[in-house]
Design a binder for this molecule. Sequence first.
Ligand code: 87F
Length: 541
Amino acid sequence: MRLNTWRDITGRRLVRKVAKVREEKVGMAGASGKKEKVDKAGASGGGKKKKDVKKETGLGLSVKKDENFGEWYSEVCKHEMIEYYDISGCYILRPWSMAIWEIMQTFFDAEIKRMKVKNCYFPLFVSPGVLEKEKDHIEGFAPEVAWVTKSGKSDLEVPIAIRPTSETVMYPYYSKWIRGHRDLPLKLNQWCNVVRWEFSNPTPFIRSREFLWQEGHTAFATKEEADEEVLQILELYRRIYEEYLAVPVVKGMKSENEKFAGGLYTTSVEAFIPNTGRGVQGATSHCLGQNFAKMFEINYENEKGETAMVWQNSWAYSTRTIGVMIMTHGDDKGLILPPKVASVQVVVIPVPYKDANTQGIFDACTATVSALSEAGIRAEEDLRDNYSPGWKYSNWEMKGVPLRIEIGPRDLENDQVRTVRRDNGVKEDIPRGSLVEHVKELLEKIQQNMYEVARQKREACVQEIRTWDEFISALNQKKLILAPWCDEEEVERDVKARTKGETGAAKTLCSPFEQPELPEGTLCFASGKPAKKWTYWGRSY
Ligand code: 87F
């Protein structure tokens, strides 16, 4: 076995078997390999316990995903994705997560522009008057609305609300801007933050008091146009989840209880987190019908010279997407990023060796990054000299970089590089001559595999049930329940009441557009009345 030697900054020789650096499951703290920094007095601080090193290096998760999911999630998030803030429910999005948001934003923004949606920006503040206008729909949400009541030490004459969503901010101007049929359709979108003063358990990305989203608000002359757009947007949301985040979702219709009360109907994409057995609403695309048009008098003169009312839609996805992705893919080593949203898709790490050509190895790393970057692959090298290769492996694994390339003396000799996949750990030696094609292919495979693994995990959780007893048993087993339902509001309320417990009540997630066959005579699992449709049920975030 070859020996791999490098020196720490004290000049002390650190010797490690090469095979070990490469093959050991770089057990985080244990293999920290971080060369201890020397203080001015020259003490190396050697002899530290593993635990201390772990604390110092910040490497390694202290819990396993299957053992304590909540703690695991929080630790993974804290590793460069977010920072906790001194206001509960608010989080700092660090560059590592913001980059993911920006990549999704680039995709979605281009797609909606192709649909002739235009971007705009409305103010953050809402006057109480307009908010009042939407009273009926806001009623349930009112406790979550945050207000500004002071400037400096003096009370504002009229308190001002902070937007929790922008219907009431925007629609008075829709009324002003839309006059005749030539002003339609009006399709606007804004990328912004919103504030909802949640009281239930805040969770990074999933439930925070301020979050980023896009909100689209469109107005049409006909319901047909509005209906069509609802589904076009929903398809874009599906693509964000499935093609970018590699998270399988179900497209479907929300129940009357779960739809946006101000609208006509709500469609959504729903994801599922196997570890907690909870559904999570991924994004929503609403047809608002003419409710807001009535409230805000959004009328226009049609071709016949008559006054008509517009049909409206609104749709949004938020930074919650990132939380769903983390929960879906992360493992005991940390995050796993799908290549399509990773700001660093490939990290190149030199593995220097005793008397070998270190400069040659470093140059090969730089050349590798250049070749990949030129081909449009997001690659970075990690040439830091105060960390060992093993430490770097762990660190980039924790950050979820989809592919690692290692270059050591033997690779240099053989004109090859070693690739290591983050999703399944598979290693390969590839000739530098075919580097770019190979890496492209690997990244595609990783993306596909991550989706496929997530889909299989979700499929394994889906349980079709027919009776109440089966429902309860499936719920206790954290299943994603597909049940025949009579589609009555009262029955959903009843199910909620009957399943209320510490972990929250079960409710409908959506009725999938793709419906399995529903044989005649099938009865509702909860009411025993004739079933109208198959619906997904479960606890949810
Ligand atoms: C919280 C406080 C006040 C949700 C709220 O989904 C109001 C609301 O209206 C509120 N939480 N909603 C519903 C938002 C509906 C709709 N808005 C535009 C969307 C998509 C984007």
